[in-house]
Design a protein around this ligand. Structure first.
Ligand SMILES: NC(=O)c1ccc[n+]([C@@H]2O[C@H](COP(=O)([O-])OP(=O)(O)OC[C@H]3O[C@@H](n4cnc5c(N)ncnc54)[C@H](O)[C@@H]3O)[C@@H](O)[C@H]2O)c1
Length: 358
């Protein structure tokens, strides 16, 4: 088994937990990128510790916390009885934006007044091997606190949040020195706005169409979108998403002509994320080319499929004694890896990494 801990039992965590539960019962779950990585399938992941700060989740078994408000993701498995660990109170730090306290019950966060645990101590006591970090955007201090706890407890990290840890050379070096692998930052969904926009940018570039302007507008109705209504928390997300698209182009688009980011919160959309992409370019003789696209997905299962791969790649690295950022895995599965690669290249390098360490 692969023993993981989860920080932040929100919508993404709920999708991950549901997929593991289905795989335990049926041997597998539909929609995986890779059925097996080394000997491991999705059923081989066990959640041994979990942290949150919301009073509707802390102290509950994970099987119930995954469905507690304000979670609103697509439910494809109700029976999460395989997940028996109790959710611990984490340190709040900057995990809660002030406006999230003023929202209604179904939209906002409600901090518990329980005493926070010592995260490193819980990681050690539970014998966790990997921590999956699912904190809200803008939780700089809280993500760093969990990353430090990983270093202290000897636990590897999958950082799904746009707080720069794997892509920060100092943090990366600390994990490498501690002999721990990590994958980050900011999960790239299985078929989401980022990978589609990257592929379109590459297609224009490859076919000699110069891109004059592009936007990617995203709307959603989950707490992730609600949280990002605070502009100051949004900066890292915009930076992460924009750099991911720009990195596919031989020549980047001038900053004033590219607009990419979470755009608005539409309550009734819940976990349904809708993305609008527009591209304006010029072909032969400067002939105009325009493309408009709309993508509609369920946000959280779309990211959990990728996390299932990241966890199993980290387990391979742990078994093979590899430490530091797993570069091809970060490039394939994260918006802000330490080193950007074309998605075809990172896919090939991931395949090579998996074969080598399997
Ligand atoms: N497709 C996707 O959904 C996707 C893609 C890329 C990145 N992400 C990122 O993944 C992260 C998680 O997304 P989500 O939709 O599950 O968010 P969410 O808002 O549903 O969940 C966040 C959870 O973190 C908890 N929390 C807040 N502060 C905490 C702390 N200090 N310690 C422990 N728990 C704390 C909240 O109570 C909540 O349960 C976000 O940063 C998001 O941007 C998601």
């Amino acid at each position: 088994m692969i023993r993981i801990a989860i920080a932040g039992v929100g919508n993404c965590a709920s999708s991950l937990l549901q997929s593991i539960a289905v795989a335990r019962r049926n041997g597998t779950v539909s929609g995986l990128i890779r059925e097996r990585i080394g000997p491991w399938g999705a059923a081989d992941i066990e959640v041994v510790a979990a942290f949150d700060i919301d009073k509707r989740k802390v102290g509950l078994p994970l099987s119930q916390a995954a469905f507690a408000e304000p979670n609103c993701t697509w439910v494809f498995e109700r029976d999460l009885s395989v997940h028996t660990t109790t959710v611990c109170m984490g340190p709040v730090l900057d995990g809660i934006a002030p406006h999230m306290l003023e929202e209604t019950e179904e939209r906002g966060f409600r901090p518990s007044d329980a005493e926070p645990v010592d995260v490193a101590e819980v990681l050690r006591a539970s014998d966790a091997e990997i921590l999956v970090c699912y904190l809200p955007v803008g939780s700089e201090l809280a993500v760093q606190h969990y990353a430090q706890a990983c270093l202290d407890a000897g636990v590897a990290l999958v950082n799904c949040v746009p707080v720069f840890i794997a892509s920060n050379p100092e943090w990366e070096a600390r994990f490498r020195k501690a002999g721990l692998p990590l994958v980050g930052d900011d999960i790239k969904s299985q078929l989401g706005a980022t990978i589609v926009h990257r592929m379109l940018a590459w297609l224009f570039d490859m076919r000699g169409i110069r891109i004059d302007r592009t936007y990617q507008l995203n709307t959603g109705g989950n707490t992730d979108f609600r949280n990002m209504l605070a502009r100051e928390r949004l900066e890292s997300k915009k930076k992460s998403k924009t750099a991911s698209v720009q990195s596919m182009l031989g020549e980047p688009i001038p900053a004033g002509n590219v607009h990419i980011g979470p755009s608005d919160y539409v309550h009734w959309q819940e976990d349904n994320k809708v993305c609008f992409i527009r591209m304006e370019g010029r072909g032969l003789g400067d002939a105009p080319v325009e493309l408009e696209m709309r993508l509609s997905v369920q946000d959280s299962p779309n990211s959990a499929g990728v996390v299932l791969d990241a966890i199993r790649c980290i387990k391979l690295a742990l078994a093979g004694g590899f430490s530091g950022a797993l570069l091809p895995v970060c490039a394939a599965y994260m918006k802000s890896p330490p080193q950007q690669m074309h998605d075809l290249e990172s896919r090939q390098q991931c395949d090579a990494f998996i074969s080598k360490f399997s």
